[in-house]
Design a protein around this ligand. Structure first.
Ligand SMILES: *[C@@H]1O[C@H](CO)[C@@H](O)[C@H](O)[C@H]1NC(C)=O
Ligand SMILES: *[C@@H]1O[C@H](CO)[C@@H](O)[C@H](O)[C@H]1NC(C)=O
Ligand SMILES: [Zn+2]
Length: 291
C-alpha cells in the first residue's frame, strides 16, 4: 500500500507586521505556530529532490508555469462578516498572487469561482466533506478554499504539501490537496473595522502547495533547514521586520524576514528567492505537472 507522504503547514497570523495600521486584530490568540511537522519520509524525499534538481530543472529562460486555479468562497451567510466576498475581491486576490509569482514566471489562471453557504464548512468543521464536494480539476489544478475561520480560529491558512504520486482522483489525499485560507486575508476581504490585508497569506500557502517549507523549517541552526541554499538558516519564526534578527549568528545572513515563507507577515514580505523558485519548478515537475 502506498503511504502518502504529506506534510501540512499552518500559518498563524502574526500581529507585528500590520499592527500599526490595525484598529483591531482579526482574531485573538495570535502568534500560533505550525501545527504539523513534515513527516520524515517527505523530508528525506525533499533532500533527494534537492540534490537532483540542478540537472533536472531549466534555470535559463524556463518555460512559464501556468496554474489552472479554482477559487471556492465558503461562507456562513451572505454578509461580509459571514465570509461572503464578491468576484471583485476574488479577482484582486488572483492579481495579488500573480504579482508575487510573476518574477519567477509562475502565474495563476482563474478558471472558475463558486460560492457556497454552509456554516459548518465556513468554520472549517468538516474540511474533507467540503473539499470532496468542491474540488475541481486534476492534481496540478490549484483549489483555494476561502473560509470564515480556519481550524477553530487558530490559523489563517492551512495547506497540504504535495504527495508522492500517482495521486488517484477522488482518493482521500487527492481531495485533501489545496490551500485553505481565511477570507478576511483577501484584498478587500476584511469586514469593516478589521485591518485591511493584501492577499499575501494565500501567496504563502501556495508556496507550501509547491512544496516550499517555512524558512525556519526544523527550528534549528543545525541540520538541513528549508533545504534552499539562498535563504539564510533561521532557528525560529521571525516576528517583525524593521530590525531583522539573526537567529543563527554563526551562519551567513540575517533572518529572511522579507521572504514569503517566513512568519514575519505581509507587511514584511517582498520575495521568493531564486532557490525557492527553482525548488517550486522541481516540485511542480515531480509532483504535479504530469498528473
Ligand atoms: C520567463 O519566461 C520567458 C519566456 O520563456 C523567458 O524569456 C524569461 O527569461 C523567463 N524569466 C524568468 C525569470 O524565468
Ligand atoms: C453542509 O455541510 C454538512 C457537513 O459537512 C453537509 O453534511 C451538508 O451536506 C452541507 N450542505 C450543503 C448544502 O452543502
Ligand atoms: Zn506556512
Amino acid at each position: 500500500m502506498m503511504i502518502p507522504r504529506l506534510l501540512a503547514a499552518v500559518l498563524a497570523l502574526t500581529s507585528t507586521a500590520s499592527a500599526a495600521a490595525a484598529p483591531k486584530p482579526p482574531q485573538s490568540g495570535v502568534g500560533l505556530g505550525c501545527k504539523s511537522e513534515p513527516s520524515a519520509q517527505f523530508l528525506s524525499e525533499s533532500k533527494i529532490n534537492a540534490l537532483a534538481e540542478d540537472s533536472t530543472v531549466e534555470v535559463q529562460a524556463p518555460a512559464p508555469i501556468v496554474v489552472d486555479t479554482y477559487i471556492h468562497i465558503v461562507a456562513a451567510g451572505k454578509d461580509i462578516t459571514d465570509g461572503w466576498v464578491s468576484q471583485t475581491v476574488v479577482n484582486a486576490q488572483v492579481a495579488a498572487l500573480n504579482k508575487a509569482y510573476a518574477p519567477w514566471n509562475i502565474s495563476f489562471k482563474l478558471l472558475g469561482t463558486d460560492w457556497t453557504v454552509n456554516q459548518t464548512w465556513a468554520d472549517d468543521l468538516d474540511s474533507m466533506a467540503m473539499k470532496a464536494a468542491l474540488r475541481k480539476g486534476t492534481y496540478k489544478t490549484l483549489n483555494i478554499y476561502f473560509q470564515r475561520t480556519i481550524m477553530g480560529g487558530t490559523a489563517s491558512g492551512f495547506t497540504y504539501f504535495p504527495m508522492s504520486g500517482p495521486p488517484v482522483k477522488g482518493s482521500y489525499w487527492f481531495n485533501a490537496d489545496g490551500a485553505q485560507v481565511q477570507t478576511l486575508t483577501m484584498p478587500g476581504g476584511a469586514p469593516p473595522g478589521w485591518w485591511p490585508m493584501q492577499g499575501m497569506i494565500a501567496v504563502h500557502e501556495i508556496g507550501h502547495w509547491f512544496g516550499l517549507y517555512h524558512t525556519f523549517q526544523g527550528n534549528s541552526c543545525d541540520g538541513a533547514g528549508d533545504m534552499i541554499k539562498d535563504t539564510p538558516q533561521e532557528s525560529a519564526p521571525a516576528t517583525g521586520c524593521a530590525k531583522p534578527s539573526d537567529s543563527c549568528p554563526s551562519l551567513k545572513g540575517v533572518d529572511p524576514v522579507n521572504n514569503y515563507m517566513d512568519y514575519s507577515g505581509e507587511g514584511c514580505w517582498t520575495q521568493f528567492t531564486k532557490g525557492q523558485a527553482k525548488r517550486m519548478r522541481t516540485n511542480w515537475k515531480i509532483y504535479r505537472k504530469k498528473y
